[in-house]
Write a new protein. Sequence first.
Lengths: 101, 101
Amino acid sequence: MQGAPPEEMKERCETIAAILKTLANPQRLTILCTLTEGEKSVGELQKICGISQSVMSQHLARMRLQGFLRTDKRQNFVYYYISDERILKIMQSLHDVFCAE
Amino acid sequence: MQGAPPEEMKERCETIAAILKTLANPQRLTILCTLTEGEKSVGELQKICGISQSVMSQHLARMRLQGFLRTDKRQNFVYYYISDERILKIMQSLHDVFCAE
DNA sequence: TTTATATATTATAATTTTCAAATATAGAAT
DNA sequence: ATTCTATATTTGAAAATTATAATATATAAA
């Protein structure tokens, strides 16, 4: 048995928990699931996910500020896509665990 | 483009988000990390993780009620271990993404 | 039986998250 | 210039989470 938890483990757990907190919301997960298929405009995401304009924008802002997502403005639309490799890997793993046959 | 999100996706996202909510706490993650190495008594967990008695017990109760953990009482100690294969897989995946070289 | 140890539960206050409504902005179309 | 469309931001209330303290329980030891 060792003494205190390696400080490193605690710090990592804080970092990871902060990321998981953002994932741990049904609407944000639905948005991310949708984006794993490729970029979507905000309006498309609203329709596909059934989330209101304001709430959608708030979720997207949070994930953008946290570095999960980036945007690409074309015409008068804003397209969002997953820009964080770690998020893609986690989504893949969640798919394997919960959605695979 | 399809219409509404498959209801199945929404439902799965709710289930998964509920699980991630429990994971998304630095202390609970630290506890789970520790338990990936094998079962530990409550007292051992308190020392290793540096978490107070009451808070530890509340975290353990939550994870036990959610089916992540089970207990084994021996002597006058309660040993906790991870009993949900999905949690083990997620922890492994988080390790791969955030802690691997 | 009393006391000590290990763990669990309850209550409550503080903090954080979430949703909804209103308002703001920016570019395109008229 | 005005209006419309797409998106973002702000605000405030409701709900959920977290920490802390107090109390409870159950078993072992004295």
